[in-house]
Design a protein around this ligand. Structure first.
Ligand SMILES: Nc1ncnc2c1ncn2[C@@H]1O[C@H](COP(=O)(O)OP(=O)(O)OP(=O)(O)O)[C@@H](O)[C@H]1O
Length: 630
């Protein structure tokens, strides 16, 4: 019964839909009135619980609240314009008038309301909004401030045992102590209060006037908890709107050994090949950077590209950068005269034949692996020896240009549709580069492949063009050389041997991974966007381990066949590896120590898979040339 009764008393739905603002008589207070009328009927009939509900709904506070709600609804849709922006003044005037009028209880009440603090505050807020006066108002400056007076800022920083993250310097002309730079991610920078160029006036209440920067630093060092600075702020604080760049360090840098660094503590040491994120290049000489392997510390100072190149040039002659050579036992022989070479010919030729057999049957495989020929490997070494010889005693030939100190890099993730990256193994002669390469290819010969090298020697009866070698004329070979289409080449017994870019491309075009080894001098030739090579450095273990693991290993020389490693060979291999790392370490994407062969093979396989499947840092130019061509 209640439902039907209630329904009868309610306004019909059509009316309800209309906006309560335009018909306030249909608003909640009106509805309440109607509900109360209905409840009244039940009240008289004494239905259980109705009294309680009636009293609740009848309560004056609820009715007042709903009236306020109705009014707000009404005003919500109107654009409000203040009747006056000076309600406070008006209120004062009204109070004045009320004072002068004869007092009645109503007048007394009105005076009380108008003078109550919360009402005055309400009017004040009203006027502020009405006048749209949202700016803070500063007291006017007094007229007698001298022209030279500078605005000061007092800054308190809680040190908490961390460095301040700012450096200071003395202005050459004025002798003022200035904030030289604020280190990214450091305390000062995070506070957002101290800027490069701010002039220090006081530190912890001590005036710095006439002090040396070192003395100021001593004051700073003594303060443990809070440091208080009084500074004259720089007129236009520098804004850092540079985009962040990632670079590969092409050289190493040790701030503690650099007497020119403004603050050795703030320096960032790095090694060749480290990836750095440069966050500030505002200064022409000193940049700020993070090592991506160590992002939670604050940034450090590094020399700018220009400055580091200059430093490299200065240190150039004092550093040993000998070109990579092979083991001495082979060098000493090769450096001797032609006669020795002749004695040797038979041995090598015989050896090459036996190696051929090995390639066909020795490994019990049905496939053929090109590019492991002894003559080719020896030829390549020879070419470096001749380079070495040519540079001896030739002043201009000794010039080794210094490249960029940093190389911009980007993250590259190979998409499944992209060609595989070329895998290049680099290592000192005899370390096992070819052993590892051969093992990798044998693991999955359908996926891993060598490139077929070129030669100018004539084809032997049992060979096939394009299988052992591409047999080409000297002219063709030389034109490939001169047009930079040869990744490496050398001469052996009057014949040229080498691996071309196209031979590598042919493997990649088949959707396979090309695996090759290169002398480190040729790394730069191979570093192109079309091959996107991934360099793995194969390195010997320590002497005692090597002696053990190389007990039965044989060195390849062009003189002795199947010669065992002597201690000095191993010693020399270690030295060569060190030199290679010093000179070319920046190019190595991965390093494997070849001690236990099985372990080294497993590491190689996993590194190669990561190179193809996981994001890696590559020179930025590789990707920009991709977009240009695509
Ligand atoms: N981890 C290893 N344990 C034992 N012997 C090894 C290991 N790695 C390589 N060898 C052996 O060392 C010798 C030299 O290896 P390999 O011919 O691969 O050297 P390389 O680095 O290719 O040198 P080169 O460039 O002079 O040809 C071979 O007899 C090889 O079997």
């Amino acid at each position: 019964t209640m439902q039907s009764d209630k329904g009868a008393g309610l306004p019909d739905k059509k009316d309800m839909k209309r906006s309560p603002a335009s018909y306030p008589e249909n608003g909640p207070s009106q509805i309440l009135r109607l509900v109360l009328q209905e409840l009244n009927l039940f009240y008289s009939r004494d239905v259980n619980g109705v009294c309680l509900l009636y009293d609740l709904l009848h309560s004056p506070w609820l009715q007042a609240l709903l009236k306020v709600y109705d009014c707000l609804q009404e005003f919500k849709e109107r654009k409000l314009v203040p009747a006056t922006p000076h309600a406070q003044t008006l209120s004062f005037e009204v109070v004045e008038i009320l004072h002068a009028t004869s007092s009645s209880p109503e007048i007394q009440e009105l005076k009380q309301i108008l003078q109550a603090p919360h009402f005055k505050a309400l009017l004040s807020a009203h006027d502020t909004v009405a006048q749209k006066d949202f700016e803070p108002l500063l007291p006017p400056l007094s007229d007698n401030i001298p022209e030279s007076e500078e605005a000061m800022k007092i800054i308190c920083l809680v040190k908490n045992q961390q460095p301040l993250g700012a450096t200071i310097k003395r202005h050459e002309m004025t002798g003022d102590i200035l904030v030289a730079r604020v280190i990214h991610g450091g305390l000062a920078e995070r506070s957002g209060l101290l800027y490069a160029g701010d002039k220090l006036v006081e530190v912890n209440g001590v005036s710095v006037e006439g002090l040396d920067p070192e003395q100021v630093i001593r004051i700073l060092a003594m303060s443990r908890g809070t440091v208080m600075f009084k500074v004259v702020p720089v007129s236009d604080p520098p804004v850092n709107n540079q985009k962040m760049v990632y670079v590969r360090a092409m050289t190493e840098y040790w701030p503690r050994e650099d007497p020119t660094i403004p603050c050795a503590d703030a320096g960032l040491p790095f090694q060749k090949g480290d990836i750095l994120q440069i966050v500030d290049q505002n200064d022409a000489l000193w940049w700020q950077a993070w090592k991506i392997s160590d992002l939670d510390t604050c940034a450090g100072l590094i020399p700018s590209n220009h400055l580091l190149k200059r430093k490299q040039r200065e240190f150039w002659w004092s550093q040993a950068y000998p070109p990579h050579t092979q083991l001495k036992s082979t060098i000493s022989i090769s450096m001797e005269e032609e006669d020795d070479m002749k004695i040797d010919e038979k041995c090598v030729e015989a050896e090459e034949l036996s190696e051929d057999k090995e390639e066909f049957v020795g490994y019990g495989q049905k496939f053929f692996i090109a590019g492991f020929r002894r003559s080719m490997r020896l030829g390549r070494r020879k070419s470096h020896l001749s380079q070495l010889r040519a540079s001896v005693g030739c002043a201009s030939g000794c010039y080794n240009p210094v490249g960029a100190a940093y190389e911009e890099v980007v993250r590259y993730q190979r998409r499944p549709s992209d060609k595989h990256r070329l895998i290049v193994l680099v290592g000192p002669s005899g370390v096992g580069v070819n052993e590892l390469r051969r093992h990798l290819i044998e693991l999955n010969p359908n996926h891993f492949q060598s490139a077929v090298p070129h030669t100018t020697r004539s084809k032997k009866s049992y060979e096939l063009d394009g299988r052992e070698y591409h047999y080409v004329s000297k002219e063709t070979f030389e034109s490939l050389m001169y047009s930079h289409r040869m990744l490496e080449y050398g001469e052996y017994k009057g014949h040229l041997y080498g691996t071309s870019v196209d031979a590598v491309q042919a493997v990649l075009d088949e959707g396979k991974t090309c695996v090759m080894d290169l002398e480190p001098q040729n790394i730069q030739t191979a570093r192109t966007h079309e091959l996107k090579p991934y360099f793995i450095f194969i390195k010997p273990s320590n002497m005692s381990c090597m002696k053990q693991s190389r007990k039965n290993a044989k060195i390849i020389t062009d003189y002795f066949v199947d010669m065992k490693f002597k201690d000095e060979d191993l010693q020399e291999m270690e030295e060569l590896a060190q030199k290679m790392e010093t000179q070319f370490g920046q190019f190595f994407d991965h390093v494997i120590v070849n001690d236990n062969l099985q372990e080294a093979c497993a590491q190689l396989l996993s590194a190669v898979q990561k190179a193809q499947e996981e994001p890696q840092w590559v020179p930025a130019t590789w990707l920009s040339s991709d977009t240009e061509s695509g």
